[in-house]
Design a protein around this ligand. Structure first.
Ligand SMILES: [Zn+2]
Length: 63
């Protein structure tokens, strides 16, 4: 005998569409994430922004 069950489908909480894409590393960015925004472009972190500007972090030595 099988139970007469109406199994509710499981809602996938991970089924969230990305809102934007990091212009530096192309990571998908989702709503609620903290991102870096520059002139309408989004970056997952400042490092990606810096790289996209053709810059890099440097440590200055003694002059
Ligand atoms: Zn990135």
């Amino acid at each position: 005998m099988s139970r007469l069950g109406t199994m509710a489908r499981f809602e996938e909480p991970e089924d969230v569409k990305p809102v934007a894409e990091c212009k530096g590393c192309n990571n998908l960015l989702f709503a609620g994430e903290e991102v870096v925004e520059s002139k309408g472009k989004y970056f997952c972190e400042t490092g990606c922004l810096v790289e996209s500007l053709d810059c890099s972090y440097k440590t200055l030595g003694e002059i």
